[in-house]
Design a protein around this ligand. Structure first.
Ligand code: KG4
Ligand code: ZN
Length: 426
């Protein structure tokens, strides 16, 4: 909020060191390029707890990148404290952008446009990247491309794989959970989304309650990554049976808060029963984690399969050309990916997910989304007055809501059998 109230030049000191002023004004300011084909885009991500910046060209080559994660601070605090996240972005945004430029061996004069995540996310976090991006656009006289964080997650795969529209995309992260049909770079049909928490958020809260951090090999991992590792050590994923959410609802929406509550209640009961105190862990921890991961996986697979049945019924993707893309931090989970791959192959879909570092939040996906929009000349702002007016939208929706259309079809499915978590794919 306070950034917005600052006069235009105050940004230079507000964002910390004077790097942009010294380094960038010394170089001559570039005029807008009229060549829409070849370009170099600088992308900034700050919607949650990662400050990312990357420089990507229109061939999808990553010229430079930098990422600063706040994870350890938030792990110490037992969760993200939004004002602290905003403050940490403010402290490191200049350094991260500088690092990305230096790693690319480029200066602002070599950049053709700035892309920043402006929605959705934590307001105080979004504000920093948005204002910094606008500031670079102003001092460099560069076009500005406002980016929707979920659109960026959805399109990342196109940087490394040939994926034509339309395709099905499942986005599962700490802040979001949705399944959509990507029709073009800026048009999505939202088939379903979470009614409550996101799966990553549930993983994080369960991992915290289980005190997985007390196990040294998990100490520095995100909750989801720690839970996946713990689950892989389980020998009986069926020992703890959870109810699969929403089995009676014939739609593609998600709900994970019931699993979270059941897991936390179980932990409390076990602690009481075994008089567990302080840093001690509950018995059968690994089997319990395997059970949590299994029920979440089944739920994600069910909703995805119904989306595929809906697409089939409405013939929304030509047969023989069907692809499921999975992205977002939770897509790093290999068991979830393995299960979704099984569903995909049974349903006649090709399965794709970006490499882990591109699944979690990063600047590369924002720069790439900028590239996609630059190539399509879609949402590239060139007028400084218009750019100044760009504001964040922390609760922005995603796509055209088709969830009721899915529900109205009353699709019942014969569920694809997913692999036993004990059998690891090589
Ligand atoms: O996409 P992301 O970096 O940030 C958001 O936009 O939320 O996702 C972070 C989330 C965290 O909740 C983290 O626990 C989860 O992704 N995550 C995982 C794994 N790695 C990260 N969840 C399950 N299994 C993993 N291996
Ligand atoms: Zn994300």
């Amino acid at each position: 909020m306070f950034v917005k109230m600052l006069p235009s030049y105050a940004g230079l000191t507000y964002f910390g060191r004077l790097f942009p002023l010294k380094q960038l004004l010394r170089s001559s300011v570039k005029k807008f390029s009229s060549d829409k084909s070849a370009a170099v885009i600088l992308g900034i991500e700050s919607s949650c707890d990662d400050t990312g910046c990357a420089i990507v060209n229109t061939d999808g080559v990553i010229l430079g990148e930098a990422l600063h994660s706040q994870r350890s601070v938030h792990l110490d605090n037992g969760g993200i404290i939004p004002p602290l996240a905003g403050e940490l972005h403010r402290q490191c945004i200049t350094k991260v952008v500088e690092e990305a430029l230096v790693s690319a061996g480029l200066k602002l004069k070599n950049i053709d446009a700035i892309a920043s995540t402006v929605k959705p996310g934590l307001p105080m976090s979004l504000r920093i990247g948005t204002e910094f991006g606008k500031y670079l656009s102003r001092i460099g006289n560069l076009p500005f491309i406002p980016i929707h964080h979920m659109e960026a997650h959805a399109l990342t795969i196109r940087m490394t794989e040939k994926v034509d529209f339309p395709f099905l995309v499942l986005l599962i992260s700490g802040g979001h959970c949705l399944i959509a049909l990507a029709e073009s770079i800026d048009h999505f049909l939202l088939l379903g989304s979470s009614m409550d928490d996101a799966p990553g958020e549930a993983f994080d809260k369960i991992a915290r309650r289980l005190k997985l951090r007390n196990i040294p090999e998990f100490a520095n991992l995100s909750g989801g990554a720690a839970l996946e590792k713990a689950a892989s050590k389980g020998t009986d994923p069926n020992r703890f049976q959870f109810m699969i959410p929403m089995t009676r609802l014939q739609d593609c929406n998600f709900s994970v808060s019931g699993i979270k509550t059941a897991a936390i209640q179980h932990t409390k009961r076990q602690e009481r029963l075994h008089e567990i105190e302080g840093d001690q862990l509950i018995p059968d921890l690994y089997d319990f984690c395997a059970g949590v991961q299994l029920v979440l996986t089944r739920h994600l697979c069910h909703r995805t399969q119904r989306a595929m049945e809906f697409i089939d019924r409405k013939n929304l993707i030509p047969e023989g050309n069907r692809t499921l893309v999975v992205s977002g931090g939770v897509a790093c989970n290999n068991y979830i990916a393995q299960a979704l791959e099984t569903v995909s192959s049974e349903m006649g879909y090709k399965f794709l997910r970006p490499v882990p570092k591109l699944c979690t939040d990063n600047g590369i996906m924002i720069a790439w989304n900028g590239v996609e929009r630059w190539k399509a000349n879609c949402g590239v702002l060139r007028d400084q007055k218009e750019i100044e007016k760009v504001d964040i939208d922390s609760k922005a929706l995603f796509g055209e809501d088709w969830s009721e259309k899915v529900s109205n079809e009353r699709i019942s499915c014969k569920w694809v059998k997913i692999p036993d978590p004990r059998i690891r794919k090589r």
